[in-house]
Write a protein that binds this ligand. Sequence first.
Ligand SMILES: Nc1nc2c(ncn2[C@@H]2O[C@H](COP(=O)(O)OP(=O)(O)OP(=O)(O)O)[C@@H](O)[C@H]2O)c(=O)[nH]1
Ligand SMILES: [Zn+2]
Length: 300
Amino acid sequence: MQGQVIQLLSGYYDIAVGDQVIRTRAAGNLRQKKVSPIAGDFVEFTPAPDNGELGYLTRVLPRRNALVRPPVANVDQAMVITAAAEPTFATNLLDRFLVYLAGQRIAGVITVTKTDLLDDTAFARLQAVMNGYERIGYQVHLPRQPFGAADLEALRSVLNGRLTIFTGQTGAGKSTLLNHLVPDLSLATAAISKSLNRGKHTTRKTTLYRAYGGLVADTPGFSSLELLDVETDALRDRFPEFVAVAGDCKFRGCQHLQEPHCAVKAAVAAGQIMQSRYDNYCQFHAELAARKPVYDKKKR
Ligand SMILES: Nc1nc2c(ncn2[C@@H]2O[C@H](COP(=O)(O)OP(=O)(O)OP(=O)(O)O)[C@@H](O)[C@H]2O)c(=O)[nH]1
Ligand SMILES: [Zn+2]
């Protein structure tokens, strides 16, 4: 049988199959292969025999992606929680998150919080910026807070059929939004923490919760330190709107920096590519170039 690991507890693997959750243990040969299943893994398992023993997880299927912190595999999308204010909105940090997600092949769903802190002028300005991200192809949610029922409905429908992580800058409002969207989640998390306190040797890893037809990871994502995890020359591939026009650059391998007849720079000049995206690209490129020796050492 096949299913998806939603929780790891002291050597047990809880596997979701349809509406059921089946507890298994790792088969002996799986341990020899040194494959450690993590939450989100699609796996094969032998169901429990009738004698009350547990079934065995026998094989981890190939992963589409795997995050280290939190340890989750096969993530479909990340809600990139972005504050409209407090902390001040900056495309620089948003673009860093999007660069990271593109590398992991995780769709970014930009979700703006704290819009109640903006006056109408500032809100309209932010809307214009977000229209730009929509044109690139990102899904954007920019509700005028406080949330209306329709806003919550739209956000919840994003979860359907997907494995979603919540990420964003510290203080952006991840926990607040998550609790709002999935009220059961905080309850479930509290219940698990309480039951685990009884067993001393219990280690708790990431748990996935079912919510609105999908799975949600309970731990928020990575730190901004590890967001630029890309080789300098490959950074351009993480800007989809650059890739879309780069075929028209004069030079193959154009980095869209000093090269003449660059289609990306032309698109920026024509207002088709956001100036802020291009500026952030140049800044990230410079940052990566400056730390290149470290990367080279790591590769060898
Ligand atoms: N005005 C306003 N404040 C908000 C909103 N959402 C969250 N906050 C406040 O912003 C602060 C941070 O919110 P959290 O939900 O803890 O943010 P977080 O992203 O989970 O923060 P970390 O746990 O540090 O990663 C809290 O004081 C919240 O009350 C919002 O929509 N409007
Ligand atoms: Zn170019």
